[in-house]
Design a protein around this ligand. Structure first.
Ligand SMILES: [Zn+2]
Length: 168
């Protein structure tokens, strides 16, 4: 019967994760490890089933659709833009608050200090890092000086994106 290499797991993972891994039962007869994606009959991962699974988990967590009809329309427009996919992906990661900014790294216990290292004034949220930090304002002032910065910095990220699209 195989056993977990506890020492190696403890070295590679944080204690709660290590404990979770070690609590997984092992087979009594040794077999080679294989990767299986349970959301496809073939066992192979597809982006489509990965996306579907992620959206289902968001819906289950919040008991309501993650994206409203207006937001769906907005994102359809974004996906149709003739711009590199990495830009659209960056927008999506910003919107879903999944960028490795300090606020998120502290939540994941990777860092301890959530304060922006550029200005040392505020918590480094997505909105702060990309928009409201005083150290990045010179980047936006040239083309977006007309935006009410205080208004744009107080709402969700998507409000900022929609606001900068309303250029007079
Ligand atoms: Zn800052």
């Amino acid at each position: 019967m195989g056993w977990w290499n506890s020492h190696l797991i403890d070295l590679c993972f944080y204690p709660p994760e290590a404990q979770h891994i070690k609590s997984l039962p092992l087979r009594s007869t040794p077999q080679p490890d294989i990767l299986i994606w349970p959301k496809e009959n073939s066992g192979n991962y597809t982006v489509k089933s990965g996306y579907r699974s992620l959206m289902e988990s968001f819906t289950l967590e919040s008991d309501k659709p993650v994206i409203s009809a207006a937001q769906k329309k907005f994102w359809k427009q974004i996906w149709k833009l003739k711009t590199p996919g990495k830009i659209k992906h960056f927008l999506w990661k910003s919107y879903t608050n999944s960028l490795p900014i300090r606020e998120n790294l502290v939540r994941r216990t990777i860092l301890h200090d959530p304060i922006c290292q550029l200005c040392s004034n505020e918590l480094e949220s997505v909105l702060h890092a990309l928009w409201s930090c005083e150290k990045v304002q010179h980047v936006w002032n040239t083309d977006f000086g007309w935006v009410d910065r205080a208004k744009a910095a107080s709402g969700p990220f998507l409000d900022l994106v929609q606001l900068v699209q309303e250029k007079p």
